[in-house]
Each structure stands twice: as C-alpha cells, then as structure tokens.
Design a binder for this molecule. Structure first.
Ligand SMILES: C[S@@+](CC[C@H](N)C(=O)[O-])C[C@H]1O[C@@H](n2cnc3c(N)ncnc32)[C@H](O)[C@@H]1O
Length: 251
C-alpha cells in the first residue's frame, strides 16, 4: 500500500462521512461501547476509527493485513494495539473481545461468512459486532441519459467482489449464530462531482466500461460532461447498511 493509497483512504473516509451524515458515529452509537471494553477493528486501515474507539475509553485492537496500513495505524493511534493479520484467521484469542467492527471491509473479502465465524469466536458471549457495508446495486447517478447511469452502476457493482453484501449482512450474521440487534440503511449522498468522481470512479469506471465494450465511448463522454456541467446540480447516491448483532450469552 503506497502513501497515495493511504491518502486516498483518508479522502474516501472523510467524503463518505460527510456524504452519509456521519455513519461512523451512528455505528459507534449502535455498538454501545463502554469504558474498558476490548474492541477489535478488523481491516482498520490507517487507523481512522481507532482514535474514536480509544476516546470511548475502550482497549482497542486494530487488525489489518497490509503492513503499510498497520504502520500508519500504529503512528496515528499509539494507544491502540495494532496487529498484522488476516480477517479470515484473526490474531485474537477465543472469547476475548467485547466488541468487534468492520467498516467497508467485508465487501472485498473472499469468504465473508468465514470472517463472521472468526468474529463469533473472538467475541465473548454477549459481545456485539458492528458492520458497515455498502450495497452497490443501490448506486444511482442523476442524468438525462438514465440508461448510461444504469450501465455505469451495473459495471461499477460488477467490479466489487461482494457488491450486494450490505443487504445480506442481517441474514449472514444470523446464519453465523448471532442474534440481530439493529439494522439501518444510511443513504450516502454525493452533491459534488469531483468528490463523487474520486470515490465512485465516474471517469475511471466509465473508461473501463468503454474498454470492456459495455458502454459506447461517445455516449460515455457525453454522459460524463453532462455530470460535470456546473449549470445542473450533481447528485449520486447509494445505501450503506449498518448492522449490529450479538453473540448469544449462551452461544
Ligand atoms: C476500504 S479500507 C477500510 C479501512 C477502515 N475500516 C476505514 O473505515 O477507514 C479496507 C481495509 O481492509 C483491509 N483488508 C482487506 N482485506 C483484508 C483481510 N483479509 N484481512 C484484514 N484486513 C484486510 C485493507 O488492507 C484496508 O486497510
């Protein structure tokens, strides 16, 4: 992971927070973290959330498989115990955590069900997991050319390993043995073309769709220039699902 990618993750997190009306705070509140709780942030990235978990008085463990992310998270959150490891084999002892969270991580993973089983193992009975994941089939972009917006959204969703995981979280947690506590669908709304272009890859992914013969080049160019036209307000959105679930006290 390069410094550019870390900077990108910062921008993405800030933009997502601004666009979602602070979904991270909503997830934090839903997880009901108490001082002294051991909280594991899985796929912690550069440590954006570790500091707010520390501020809640928790003992914080961060886990990421990328060494550059681990180094950056250690630098930013010196009070946290940041471990290099894979979410599919968590470097966390059985029944040792009170809370665990993933934020925009399961969408990328090979076996998200196996990761939920790992989280179940690591949580003590009565412990709570908080999950935040998008559902890319809900991506919409306002444009005169609705068909191209649909084509772009389908193509973009197709590039994510688990594009509809947001809507599946509730079923997945119950299948993994958890009891569902809360489900929220938070709209992430972009009103700025430049930010949406960076996060949603309007230019990047439409160029890829053209290369893959999924969009015609002239149509994509005209769609993009319409989106960038300052005379029309820009609007794009998708849903991010927030789920909390508990390892049953006798689980
Ligand atoms: C989109 S970033 C999200 C970072 C952070 N959760 C946030 O909200 O800012 C995804 C993170 O998951 C990490 N990751 C991806 N696959 C992983 C795996 N199998 N085990 C642990 N971490 C993983 C990546 O290295 C990256 O830091």
């Amino acid at each position: 992971m390069t410094a550019d990618q870390i900077a990108y993750m910062d921008i993405a997190a800030k933009a997502a927070v601004a666009a979602a009306g602070d979904y991270k705070q909503r997830l934090l509140a839903a997880m009901d973290i108490r001082p002294g709780h051991v909280v594991v942030d899985i796929g912690c990235g550069p440590g954006i959330d570790l500091r707010s978990l520390l501020a809640a008085g928790a003992e914080v463990v961060g886990v990421d498989r990328d060494p550059a992310m681990v180094a950056e998270a250690r630098r930013r959150a010196p009070g946290a115990d940041v471990r290099r490891g894979d979410a599919h084999a968590l470097p966390v002892a059985d029944a040792s955590a009170d809370r665990a969270r993933t934020d925009r991580v399961l969408q990328h993973l090979a076996q998200p069900d196996a990761v939920l089983a790992e989280i179940f193992r690591a949580l003590r009975p009565g412990g709570v997991v908080g999950l935040a994941e998008p559902d890319w089939d809900t991506l919409t972009v306002a444009a005169d050319d609705v068909e191209t917006s649909r084509g772009f959204a389908r193509f973009t969703a197709g590039r994510v390993r688990n594009p509809t995981i947001g809507r599946e979280l509730a079923r997945m947690t119950v299948r993994a043995g958890f009891e569902l506590r809360s489900v929220e669908a938070v709209p992430v709304v972009f009103r700025d073309f430049e930010i949406a272009d960076r996060i949603l890859g309007l230019s990047r992914n439409s160029a890829r769709a053209v290369e893959a013969a999924q969009l015609r080049e002239d149509v994509a160019t005209s769609w993009l220039s319409g989106l960038a036209d300052p005379r029309d307000p820009f609007l794009a959105s998708f849903l991010c699902y927030l789920v909390t679930a508990e390892r049953p006290a006798r689980g």
